[in-house]
Design a protein around this ligand. Structure first.
Ligand code: DLL
Length: 443
């Protein structure tokens, strides 16, 4: 097995030409598709029809793309309230696939695809994977879960479309995962970032140097991850790590992806119309301003989403990417508006804590945030693993690191937190999305 990493060769495929459309042609296409999708939802989805009636608007009033801002929003509770099939715009006989996303409480949300929708999904995923260089001949290890979750199958069909060899290993069973990666010579891996950290750690324990494997690219997503996490993954394995974003309500994975420049995620704007809004005032914000991403599906048949409030916080990046793609980019999604913890009146995002922890030497990227309430006061404890070396050092070293971390977190968040350093491999590992926050507060 060669230790030299192959150079990334951006793949070129006919459908990737859509990434380079002239902006005016793209806007024209978007407007045409927007009118069609709104008309379709208006005719077939009672919930949407009623909402439009409620504001006295008709689809034909959409004259320019700016008129999108006049349309009503769709939110997650709309999907819950119409569970399971209330937002479908196609008769069931045309629906060829259902997926569902579990969420934390109650019933899942259900999403549907016609044959044409699956074709569109496969196409955006193929473009996404081709952007930083997956191509025919690649051997792809797909560690996203197969099943109701959109991750496994979404990636699967995109990679097959490119002519890559897909290993549908799914998440979990980490030792077997590593054996397969090595024995089958995987060149590309798909995973949640936290599960891949677990794979890296297990490989180290097994004495396998991942730099020696032919693996050259990884796609990570389904949960927020930081630049520090990217550095950690790239340094520990020698691969290039790319961010890929998506959500079930819109299509699954494949809304946007990083290209070889790793400088923002290109949105497949011929399929998804993106806006950034102020989550409080609902005002549409200009390029460069941070706010909540709102997405409208432009081609979805079975379940069109009009102005879906993702809760994901990002911004549309001004200017064109060095790669030459004309489709616009958003900045990596570091947090969700509903991830926000309010600790003693201070707004805290887990990603801020992660960034601080990973900057400090001696820590490992495995941590957990535990919230408790003592005599009416919120307490926040950050449990973070440290390297075996730090752990076996003199007590003074541990205390020093503990204080350093508590100070650094206080500097960024403005609240004092309790930092507990724990031994490697003590925090529970996830096979999919990580659960970073354990809320033991009882109100
Ligand atoms: O997580 C779809 C997906 C699968 C995306 C595999 C990428 C890779 P849901 O389970 O519906 O769908 O969760 C969607 O996950 O609103 C974000 O909050 C978060 N998310 C997804 N991708 C990213 C990412 C899938 N690259 C929710 N960065 C979204 C940050 C992400 N957050």
């Amino acid at each position: 097995m060669s230790s030299a990493k192959q150079k990334i060769q951006p793949g070129f495929r006919a459908e990737s030409a859509l990434d380079y459309m002239a902006p005016h042609a793209l806007r024209e296409l978007q407007l045409k598709r927007l009118r069609d999708v709104v008309q379709r939802a208006w005719e077939n989805v009672k919930h949407f029809h009623d909402r439009m009636d409620g504001i006295g608007m008709k689809p034909e009033q959409l004259r320019t793309l700016d008129d999108v801002a006049r349309l009503p929003f769709t939110v997650k509770t709309d999907l819950r309230d119409t569970y399971p099939f209330g937002l479908f715009a196609s008769p069931m006989k045309e629906v060829v696939r259902l997926h569902a996303s579990s969420g934390t409480t109650g019933k899942p949300i259900v999403v549907a695809y016609t044959k044409t929708d699956l074709e569109a999904w496969t196409s955006v995923m193929a473009r996404a994977l081709a952007a930083p260089g997956v191509h025919e001949g690649d051997i792809v290890q797909n560690a996203f879960g197969y099943g109701l979750f959109t991750g496994g199958l979404g990636y699967h069909y995109g990679a097959e479309r490119l002519g890559a060899t897909v290993i549908p290993v799914s998440g979990g069973n980490t030792e077997r995962q590593i054996m397969i990666m090595k024995d089958f010579g995987a060149t590309v891996v798909f995973s949640t970032p936290t599960y891949f950290l677990h794979v890296i750690e297990r490989a180290q324990q097994l004495g396998i140097d991942m730099h020696e494997l032919p693996l050259r690219i990884g796609f990570f997503g389904a949960e927020p991850w930081t630049e520090a996490m990217r550095r950690h993954i790239e340094e520990a394995t020698g691969i290039k790590a790319f961010d890929l974003y998506g959500l079930s309500e819109i299509i699954g994975p494949g809304v946007s992806v990083e290209c070889e420049c790793q400088d923002g995620l290109h949105i497949f704007e011929d399929h998804f119309y993106a806006e950034i809004i102020d989550p409080d005032t609902h005002e549409v914000l200009p390029e460069g301003a941070e706010g909540e991403l709102v997405l409208t599906t432009l081609t979805k048949q079975a379940m069109p989403m009009i102005r879906y409030r993702t809760r994901d916080i990002t911004c549309i990046m001004p200017g064109q990417c060095a790669c030459g793609r004309t489709i616009r980019r958003h900045r990596r999604v570091g947090r969700r508006s509903d991830d926000m913890l309010i600790i003693r009146g201070v707004n805290v995002f887990p990603s801020q804590i992660e960034a601080v922890l990973l900057e400090c030497e001696g820590t490992l990227p495995h941590y957990q945030i535990v919230l408790t309430r003592e005599r009416g006061l919120d307490q926040i404890e950050i449990q973070v693993e440290v390297t075996a070396k730090v752990f076996s050092d003199k007590v003074g070293a541990l205390e020093g690191l503990q204080k350093k971390l508590a100070d650094a977190v206080e500097h960024v968040l403005g609240v004092r937190v309790l930092v507990t350093l724990v031994e490697p491999s003590t925090i529970q590992r996830s096979e999919g999305k990580a659960k970073r926050v354990i809320d033991r507060r009882t109100s």
